[in-house]
Design a binder for this molecule. Structure first.
Ligand code: TXA
Ligand code: MG
Length: 395
């Protein structure tokens, strides 16, 4: 791929200046790609009605062509052009949760190119709440197809520097507006049948959907753990391994906090003994269980690292990222992808992350954590040469 000059446009997250957004909006309209912030994760946008522009998304991300895209619109008024009909269930859910982190699967109209939907006869639609995303879409005057703005297989970007790492030289514009509020991608819900089916759990929880719709099925429902595979045939993207850090990710999943602390400590001690660099993603309360004298707080305070490298981990120390003081799924979800990227920047070999109850927003957090871990097992990692620098073609 020929390299392009990437311009970073910094805007106010709550009240972006139209003059700053306009060049990017016009580029979008004219078939170019623009990365932009949303309240879930940063998106990589293209004119959804322009097949050549949409094709560029797949090339730039390295995304398999059988994984359909979400079309973003600024308001409900823009929906009818994209769909054959609006089921009553869709109207109810959009009214309750949009603008916001909800994506609905609807019967697609002929106006939506097949490339967007990977040949399916349904289209995914979302109305983002982020002021920058909404204004950009309004100024462009077109529906915007946008997957997360990462290279396929990498953690979704929740800060502009994550996008820069993956896409600099590949797209003309990255709009920077701080960190994404939720930090996990939208809840994807199929509303083409009699009851809503959650294909991907997110910040709009199964309980919240049930309250509005009366019933709900699918991934992340409160009645059982989500294995992340259940809905694979219906939401093509769920079959790929996602969100993978370069380091090996281990999950400390003991339900009780003392047992979980012990688990983190044992995994960390074993990896240190094996000569590996270790990072942990836990609440501050668990830090007390780590081997004495090994806590490295170089990354602990959620500072934005310089766009480059915050520096390698200190030998024999555990690089700690605390998502909050005590277990909290919303805080963990908001911090997860950033933590995976920062620990990769610190070049740790192993990341140990804390599991949280698989309910509510915890279902979304655990879904992403398990996918990032691949197997999610507890075995000690192999030497880093086994897993580093692999070309990851998964999405
Ligand atoms: O929060 C989000 O949803 C972010 C921001 C940028 O809006 N976008 C995002 O897009 O996460 P992406 O492409 O990374 O994930 C879209 C998911 C995939 O799992 C895809 O398979 C599913 O939505 N999807 C898209 N269209 C679909 C359809 N017609 N039927 C079933 N699943 C669909
Ligand atoms: Mg994605």
């Amino acid at each position: 791929m020929a390299s392009v000059l990437t311009q970073i446009i910094r805007v106010d997250p709550d009240c972006p200046d139209d003059q700053l957004l306009l060049p990017a909006a016009m580029a979008l309209r004219n078939g170019e790609l623009v990365a932009f912030p949303t309240e879930t994760v940063y998106g990589l946008g293209a004119n959804a009605l322009d097949p050549a522009a949409v094709a560029r998304i797949f090339t730039v991300k390295g995304r398999p062509g059988d994984n359909p895209l979400i079309v973003h619109i600024a308001s409900l008024a823009d929906l009818p052009a994209l769909v054959r009909n609006i089921p009553p269930l869709a109207e109810k859910l959009f009214k309750a949760f949009s603008p916001g982190p909800l994506t609905l699967i609807l019967p697609k109209s002929a106006a939506v190119p097949d490339l967007v939907t990977a040949g399916l006869d349904t289209v995914a639609v979302r109305i983002p709440a982020h002021a920058v995303a909404r204004r950009l879409i309004e100024l462009a005057g077109i529906p915007v197809a946008a997957p997360s703005a990462n290279r396929s297989g990498r953690p979704s970007p929740t800060r502009a520097w994550h996008v820069e790492l993956d896409l600099t030289g590949r797209i003309p514009f990255i709009i920077e507006a701080g960190s994404s509020h939720f930090g996990l991608e939208s809840t994807v819900v199929d509303v083409t049948g009699p009851i809503p089916v959650i294909l991907r759990p997110g910040a709009i929880t199964a309980a919240a959907i049930r309250e509005v719709a009366g019933d709900v099925a699918g991934s992340g429902i409160d009645s059982g753990p989500d294995d992340g595979l259940e809905m694979a045939p219906r939401s093509p993207g769920t079959k790929y391994r996602h969100y993978a850090p370069l380091a090996r990710l281990l999950i400390a999943d003991a339900a009780e906090i003392t047992a979980r602390g012990g688990q983190v400590a044992r995994l960390a001690a074993a990896a240190l003994t094996a000569g590996q660099e270790v990072g942990v993603f836990i609440c501050r309360q668990l830090a007390g269980y780590l081997p004495a004298g090994t806590i490295d707080l170089g990354q602990a305070d959620n500072r934005e690292p310089p766009a480059g490298n915050p520096g390698p981990a200190t030998k024999g120390m555990v690089r700690c990222i605390f998502y909050s003081d005590t277990p909290d799924a919303a805080a963990a979800g908001a911090a997860l992808f950033d933590a995976l990227r920062r620990l990769d920047q610190a070049r740790v070999d192993v990341i140990i992350a804390e599991a949280l109850p698989d309910r509510g927003i915890g279902a979304a957090y655990m879904n992403r954590l398990r996918k990032a871990a691949g197997s999610g097992g507890h075995d000690l990692p192999a030497r880093p040469s086994d897993s580093r620098g692999e070309d990851n073609h998964e999405c």
